[in-house]
Design a protein around this ligand. Structure first.
Ligand code: RB5
Length: 145
């Protein structure tokens, strides 16, 4: 499994913590930036990571900004992306089990590091349940056409 990460300046510290956490578990990570405190525009980084997920350069994406809202909104504009902005572990599991999300977005300014890492683990550890959920996910994706 290869996980793509991206953030704006408001999410760069949490991105670093998530990268360390995943690499410590032996999970390969590709970091698409940003990599400093200089102000950048979150849509650029949501779009970039969304495209990497759709192009299958990575299996799943985790995008971080101040709240996770803006970068997640941008990612969801990329055709093929289902990105959930998460702040609890139950939703993290369900985002995979029922919604087959291929990206999540998190807020560095709204989540503690401990909770953010638990959300990441809950999402990555869950499996899509398929069945009736495929019909619903397909209906979501049909809206793009
Ligand atoms: C940047 O200041 C901030 O607006 C951004 O990180 C994010 O929270 C937007 O949704």
């Amino acid at each position: 499994m290869v996980i793509g990460l991206s953030s704006d300046h408001g999410g760069v510290n949490l991105k670093e913590r998530i990268k360390m956490h995943l690499e410590a578990k032996g999970i390969k990570v590709i970091d698409y930036g940003t990599n400093g405190s200089e102000s950048v525009d979150y849509p650029d980084y949501g779009k970039l990571l969304g495209e990497k997920v759709v192009d299958m350069e990575v299996d799943l994406g985790i995008a971080i900004c101040g709240t996770g809202i803006g970068i997640g909104l941008a990612a969801n504009k990329v055709k093929g992306i289902r990105c959930a902005n998460l702040s609890d572990t139950y939703s993290a599991k369900m985002a995979k089990r029922h919604n087959d999300c291929n990206m999540i977005s998190l807020g560095e300014r709204t989540l503690g590091v401990g909770l953010a890492l638990e959300i990441v683990d809950a999402f990555l550890g869950a499996e899509f349940e398929d069945g009736r959920h495929s019909i619903r996910v397909n209906k979501i994706m049909e809206i793009e056409n």
